[in-house]
Design a protein around this ligand. Structure first.
Ligand code: ADP
Ligand code: MG
Length: 258
C-alpha cells in the first residue's frame, strides 16, 4: 500500500484527529478496539464508551495532580497509607471524622502537636489531599516561609493583598510551627492572618511544641496567647506521643544513642 493510501485510511485519520484533540489514550487504543468491533467481539458504541471512560479518568487524574501542585502540598499522603498501629496515640476515629471535611464547613481548626517524625505533616497533608479531591481550595505553607512571605509583602507595601490571599483559602495548612523562632513582627503578621480566618475559614497547624510553649516560639507571651486563643477556639487538638517513624527501623540501642 502506498503512503498516501495509508495516511488516508479512516483509522489513521481518526488517530490523527484524536491526537490533535490531545486524546492520546484513545488514539493509541483505537486499532485494538477497531479490531474487536469489526470482529464482532464488541459493539462500536461499547468500544467508544470504554475508550472515552479511560480518557475521562486520565483527565480527572491530571486535573487533580495539577490542583495538588498548585495548592503547595509537597507530596501526596493519605490516611490509608498511615500506619495506625505504629502510632497508637493518634485517634483514628477522630482523624477519619476530620477526613469527612465537616470541620471545613464549620470553619474549625485542627492542631497536630508532637515531636519530630511522629506523622504530623503526613496527617496534615492527608487532610489537604482529601480537601483538594473534594474541590476545596487548599494552601499548604511551611510556617517560617509563610512569615517570611508576609514580611516580604509588608516591605513591598502589598501586605493587605497577601493577607487576603491567604485568608481566602478554604483550608490553610501551616506546617512546622515551633521549629524556628518567630520575632515580634512575624508574630504580629501571623496574628493578623489567624484573626482574619477566625470563625471564617479552617486552619490546620502542625507544631512540635504545645501551645504552652508558644510564648518562647514567638518570644512574647501576649502575642502567643492571642494567636493560641483564636486557633484553639473551635479546634480539634491531636497530641501525638509516640516515637519517630523516621527512626522506626533503627535498632533500639541505636535509638537510645540519639
Ligand atoms: P512530622 O511532621 O511529625 O515530623 P512526618 O509526617 O513528616 O513527621 O513523618 C515523617 C515521615 O514518616 C514521612 O515520610 C511520613 O509519611 C512517615 N510517617 C510518619 N508516621 C507514619 C505512620 N504512622 N505511618 C506511615 N508513615 C508515617
Ligand atoms: Mg513535619
Amino acid at each position: 500500500m502506498d503512503d498516501a493510501r495509508i495516511e488516508s485510511s479512516p483509522c489513521i485519520r481518526a488517530q490523527n484527529n484524536l491526537a490533535a484533540l490531545k486524546l492520546d489514550r484513545m488514539a493509541a487504543a483505537l486499532p485494538d478496539y477497531m479490531r474487536m468491533a469489526s470482529g464482532g467481539e464488541m459493539e462500536f458504541v461499547s468500544a467508544l464508551a470504554e475508550m472515552t471512560a479511560a480518557e475521562v479518568r486520565a483527565k480527572k487524574q491530571r486535573v487533580l495532580s495539577q490542583r495538588i501542585r498548585s495548592s503547595g502540598l509537597p507530596c501526596v499522603k493519605t490516611l490509608s497509607d498511615f500506619d495506625w498501629s505504629f502510632q497508637p496515640s493518634v485517634p483514628r476515629p477522630k482523624m477519619e471524622e476530620l477526613a469527612t471535611l465537616r470541620f471545613i464547613d464549620e470553619a474549625e481548626n485542627v492542631l497536630l502537636v508532637g515531636s519530630p517524625g511522629v506523622g504530623k505533616t503526613h496527617l496534615a497533608i492527608a487532610l489537604g489531599v482529601e480537601a483538594v479531591r473534594a474541590g476545596r481550595e487548599v494552601r499548604f505553607m511551611d510556617c517560617a516561609r509563610l512569615v517570611d512571605d508576609l514580611k516580604d509583602a509588608q516591605a513591598r507595601g502589598i501586605l493587605k493583598k497577601r493577607l487576603k490571599y491567604y485568608a481566602h483559602s478554604k483550608l490553610l495548612i501551616i506546617d512546622e510551627l515551633g521549629y524556628l523562632d518567630i520575632d515580634e513582627g512575624g508574630a504580629d503578621l501571623l496574628f493578623q492572618l489567624i484573626s482574619m480566618r477566625y470563625e471564617q475559614r479552617s486552619t490546620v497547624i502542625t507544631a512540635n511544641v504545645g501551645i504552652g510553649g508558644w510564648g518562647s516560639v514567638f518570644g512574647d507571651e501576649v502575642a502567643a496567647s492571642a494567636i493560641a486563643d483564636r486557633v484553639c477556639h473551635h479546634c480539634s487538638m491531636v497530641k501525638i506521643t509516640g516515637r519517630s517513624y523516621r527512626l522506626k527501623d533503627l535498632p533500639a540501642e541505636k535509638r537510645r544513642e540519639r
